[in-house]
Design a protein around this ligand. Structure first.
Ligand code: SF4
Length: 222
């Protein structure tokens, strides 16, 4: 819908190895459920793919009065904001875009560490389920678009801005076919030689080519 409205979608990819490299043990279950099991080199990996709206600056749907022009059909992520979809990320008002006064209006979202708005809790569950249900389709869409390089979870993301015409036709094609049964193959782009050698020891494929098709967003402290 975002692309059909003339918006740009950004594809963000992060992965971890089957041996656990890249994911904390307590986060593994959540991370694995929303990832595709793929191959990299001689080992197995898990790749999470996010299709997100990409806006340079303010959202393209904000009108001159700062109101949403598509409010009735706004994306699920907008309905969930400012809550976190990832259960391992606590809500931290200080890092949200909402101005301080917006946190003083409306009902409390969390009481005693529990999310009290049941409608919101249902939307978060819907989003998590969609992540699980759609991951293999997203992997197949990425394969058709030539998106095959992931970052290591925690080290960064690879970010792609596909042509939206190609994106729409690939989605249409992939969703009308049975999903491929052969193993999907990915390589890693990492922030430094130390991470690369850990991945190579685990059997993964690591690229040293400069990125042409994507940007590497490093999460490594400068
Ligand atoms: S609710 Fe979502 S789509 Fe609407 S203006 Fe805000 S960010 Fe944009």
């Amino acid at each position: 819908m975002w692309a059909a409205d003339g918006g740009q979608v950004i594809v963000l990819v992060e992965g971890f190895l089957g041996n656990g490299l890249g994911v904390a043990a307590q986060q593994r279950e959540h991370a694995e459920r929303r990832s595709a099991a793929v191959n990299s080199g001689t080992t197995q990996a898990h790749v999470a793919i996010t299709f997100a709206a990409y806006n340079a600056g303010r959202c393209r749907n904000l009108d001159d009065d700062n109101l949403c022009r598509i409010y009735e059909r706004r994306p699920l992520v907008c309905r969930i904001y400012p809550m976190e979809i990832n259960p391992h990320i606590p809500l931290n008002p200080a890092i949200k875009e909402c101005p301080p006064e917006s946190w003083e209006k409306g009902p409390d979202l969390i009481i005693g560490g529990e999310l009290v708005d049941q409608e919101l809790a249902g939307l978060i569950q819907r989003s998590r389920q969609a992540d699980r249900d759609e991951i293999r389709t997203k992997d197949a869409i990425c394969a058709s678009l030539g998106i095959r390089t992931t970052a290591l979870k925690g080290d960064g993301f690879t970010a792609y801005l596909p042509d939206m015409g190609a994106f729409a036709s690939v989605i249409e094609h992939v969703t009308q076919q049975p999903l491929p049964t052969d193993g999907s193959e990915w390589q890693f782009h990492v922030s430094g030689d130390d991470i690369a050698s850990q991945l190579l020891s685990g059997g993964a494929r690591v690229t040293t080519e400069p990125p042409l098709q994507y940007t590497f967003i490093s999460l490594r402290a400068a």
